[in-house]
Design a protein around this ligand. Structure first.
Ligand code: UD1
Length: 430
């Protein structure tokens, strides 16, 4: 198993290319199940989660062809996937595959919409609290699917096809909105989704589905209307830049100091987070090429932040912000409202000398003048990268274990940071 070794204390200077968004890529790949024609996705990041989903789709009979390099491509150019679900040969998504990645549960929607039946294992994925699927199931039931839970599997049936209906989510759910959107595209009649998630990844999926011939209006707002069509066609779509990767590197620069251009980043995808980072004392400027972030010498100011659905501060940047605030000049408060157990990074940050108290859903962070390197590990993706951020400013060496979590969501993290001057390396085979 690989480890990452970091020696803190060097500022970051240069530029970091931002990859395509993992959280958009996964639903877009799953949407390929809705059509027997080829869906071409550009700017797909090279991530373990993308490879896992390729295997899961392969099990349903989907062929994925990876486009070759083009002249002038940089080493960080995203991949182009040609995905063909011409014939679906299996409508079961087995436990061994779904348990590795929660998002793969979403295959249930296109499978039942197109094939009239789907049998999908209840999911696993990151260990961040209970993550139920009751609202995803409710969405499909409201479109006429019959649902049964059978030995750990959710079985959805709609032998005569799905019917348009009204889906009102009692809380904002990204997975629920993705599922509802995909299922409704092929339903007979009009579907109204109320209290829909407004995350940019939802808008990206809806844009791609519309290119495939779907009739979706209102994506990006709380009220989405889908008029079902009998079939969808192929399309070509470019995945939007990863707002979480952008925010993560912005916090890394705020932490280590320096001046970095986040190439291809789009500020409007993470305005709330950029405002918080600016409030903490970093300088942020938006250019045609991306988002530039700098902090030269000035100390960090403490913040008070609550995670919220988009356009609020994202739960996927909570751990990284906490790492940053460990060195602020004062006391910060971070409240996590999306997931009840997303604080596993606290104990590990404490190993580096952070002072954090947890009370219910709020963490209180007393900034310290210096962190000290130590061996650490984390049990989820965003928690792992928060340890990297802390390590960049810690005195001495930090060894981050269980790097496979990072590989699920960050493309060549150590290469991107190294190129900006960080002392960071991957040690293989431990
Ligand atoms: C969530 C985040 C998303 C993030 C992802 C990975 C929000 C709104 N969603 O998306 O930004 O990228 O985690 O960290 O910030 N819920 C139910 N029943 C369900 C589905 C969800 O009760 O059937 C609850 C969840 O427990 C959670 C909330 O709804 O408290 C939001 O969950 P949801 O948005 O569906 O989770 P993800 O799609 O994983």
């Amino acid at each position: 198993m690989d480890r990452i070794r970091i020696v803190g204390g060097r500022p970051l200077v240069g530029s970091i290319p931002i990859s395509g968004a993992k959280n958009a890529t996964l639903p877009l790949m799953i949407a390929s199940l809705l059509t027997d024609e080829v869906l071409v996705l550009e700017n797909v990041p090279r991530l373990a989660d993308v490879a896992s989903l390729q295997r899961i789709l392969g099990n349903h009979g989907v062929d994925v062809m990876v486009g070759g390099k083009r002249p002038g491509d940089s080493e960080y150019e995203g991949q182009t996937l040609h995905i063909s679900a011409k014939r679906i040969v299996d409508t079961t998504a087995p436990y061994e595959l779904v348990a590795k990645m929660r998002a793969s549960f979403w295959v249930i929607a296109p499978l039942v919409a197109r094939m009239g039946v789907a049998r999908v294992s209840l999911p696993g994925g990151c260990a961040i609290g209970t993550r139920p699927v009751d609202l995803l199931v409710m969405a499909m039931q409201n479109l006429g699917a019959e649902i049964e839970i059978d030995r750990g599997y959710v079985v959805a049936r709609a032998p005569k096809g799905l019917k348009g209906g009204r889906i009102e989510f009692p809380k904002v759910t990204v997975g629920g909105t993705h599922t509802a959107l995909m299922a409704a595209t092929l339903a007979d009649g009009v579907t109204e989704i109320e209290n829909a998630a407004c995350e940019p990844e939802i808008t990206d999926l809806a844009d791609c589905l519309n290119k495939m011939g779907a009739k979706i209006t209102g994506a990006g707002t709380k009220h989405i209307v889908v008029t079902g069509v009998p079939r969808l066609s192929g399309a070509r779509h470019r995945v939007l830049p990863d707002r979480i990767e952008t925010g993560t590197y912005a916090m890394a620069v705020a932490m280590a100091g320096g001046d970095v251009l986040l190439q291809g980043a789009r500020a409007e995808l993470l305005q709330a987070a950029l405002d918080v980072i600016a409030g903490a004392g970093a300088e942020i400027s938006v250019t045609n090429a991306g988002v530039r972030i700098a902090r030269n010498g000035a100390g960090l100011a403490p913040v008070r932040v609550t995670t919220e659905p988009f356009p609020g501060f994202p739960t996927d940047l909570q751990a990284q912000l906490m790492a940053l605030m460990t060195r602020a000049g004062g006391t910060s408060h971070i409240t996590e409202t999306i997931f009840e157990n997303r604080f596993m990074h606290v104990q590990e940050l404490a190993r580096l000398g952070a002072q954090i108290r947890l009370e219910g859903e709020t963490a209180t962070i007393d900034g310290v003048p210096q962190l000290k390197g130590a061996p650490v590990m984390a049990t989820d993706l965003r928690a792992s990268v928060s340890l990297v951020i802390a390590a960049l400013a810690a005195e001495g060496e930090t060894m981050v274990n269980r790097v496979y979590h990072l590989d699920r969501g960050f493309e060549r993290l150590e290469g991107k940071l190294q190129a900006c001057g960080a002392e960071i390396e991957r040690l293989s085979g431990f």
